[in-house]
Design a protein around this ligand. Sequence first.
Ligand code: HEM
Length: 505
Amino acid sequence: MAFNLFTLGYLIASICVVILLPLVITGLLYLLYIAYVRLKFAHMPGPKYSSFLFGNLAELKRGFADGKTFPTIVYEWSQKYGRVFTFAVLHETYVMISDVVAVKHLLVTVNCPKGARPYDTLGTIYGQRYLGHGLISERCHEKWAKRRSVINPAFHRRFLQLSMDQFNASVDLLIGKLKRKADGESTVSMLDEFYRLGLDILGKVAFGTDFNVIFEAKNHFMEANQLILSAFLRRMRSPLEDYNPWSRGHREEVRATVRFLRKTGRDVIEKRLAARLNGEEVKEDDVLGYILKASDYLKNPEYQMEDVVDDFVTFFLAGQETSANTAAFMLMELVRNPDILERLRMEIEEVLCGRMEVKFEDLSKFTYMSQVVKETLRMYPSGPAVPRFLEKEETVAGFRVPGNSNITIDLFTMARHEEYFKDANAFNPDRFNDADAITQNASIPFSMGPRNCIGQNFAQIEIKVIFAKLLPLFDFKWIPGQSYDIGETGTLKPKEGCQNYITMR
Ligand code: HEM
């Protein structure tokens, strides 16, 4: 009996050692690794860690609980710790950079590659191919450069000039819808309307297709983008989300939504190919036309159906969200600043003289509108940060940043530094009329360097056409009690949806 007890005890102890010892050793090694990483960045400024293990996780969580967004938390830190600082979460240290000279150096001269975690998550989310190897998520410079050169012509001035009819037609549809709602008492989320409009424009201009979203009661595409973006943010904040048993339902929903978007892309592509095969007249000079030509109509082994779908979903995401958010922020500031709104209306009247159609030649005459758009993008860059990877050690604004570091170019914070823009938190489009009042390259909402935004002209045309057509027709009244706060789901947007009462003028 005593022997049996002894054997049992021995067995249990052995099992404990076999199971626990590796765990203890792994834990110790992990702690050692954290200590090594903390030491590597110890010379750099940044918020104090409230926990050795978790780093600044608690401070971030507290900020989110107080209704702040990641960009606003980081902005507050930068006011204390400067234009280059670090913070840490577990073993990851993030180097935040908002120094104008350093940013140009890193994005243009060094041309740092994109960071693995964010862009690979966009490439494949919860095991499902999302943006795949599309323009945004492709990290290999050579592969990206090939693709970018193929798609570039679709964004040239000539092509956009030819697309003015479609820009106008989409906004006309929205005007028709808003007229029905312009009773001064219906609540209208202009963010939601701009999302629909953004999709309509993108469908028509980039893919020669009609998504029929402006009048639909339920907007599946918009919901799809929102769900995936919030999943992206959730996944970025918690890498363990892939394994969380309580998130199984969420992961499946996201995968199904990604499949839905990719199938939509495949259908559009197949329709275009079938029409071409049947000898019908098809567009060759829109985004889809250029992509299909580059793929030699899917005969190029390096550019197959799934690669073309990657580009479709990439533009679907990049081209719709960001412009719509910008339009909603701009409307928010116009409603908040009636003097600016009136000045803008006067300019529109002078340029269009009551005409409803906006022509390409009109765009360059909207000088004050350009300033308003620039100021909106300065204060509310829809993509607030660009994560990059620093391969070799660099001195960044006087600090030695070790090689193999995750760095973040903080566009939001850089454009709000008092050193770069006087009264940086005030909405003042006039600052862009005075070269001495701004610091060149301190507001770069479309990023800079080789991987800047390919759609920046597209977006600016879209926004100008929207406001040139809407402002002469409608008055917008901000629904009282609604905050002017910034919300975040991967991109920045007015937190409460830019809700307005609308009346005809
Ligand atoms: C106001 C609207 C927009 C803003 C603020 C914006 C901002 C940006 C930023 C900051 C980047 C760099 C992202 C990075 O480095 O990860 C980017 C890239 C990109 N944007 Fe935009 N964007 C806007 C509109 C558009 C539109 C309308 C399209 C297409 C129709 C578009 C397509 C893209 C693509 C494909 C890339 C990746 C470019 C590359 O790496 O070659 N964007 N955008």
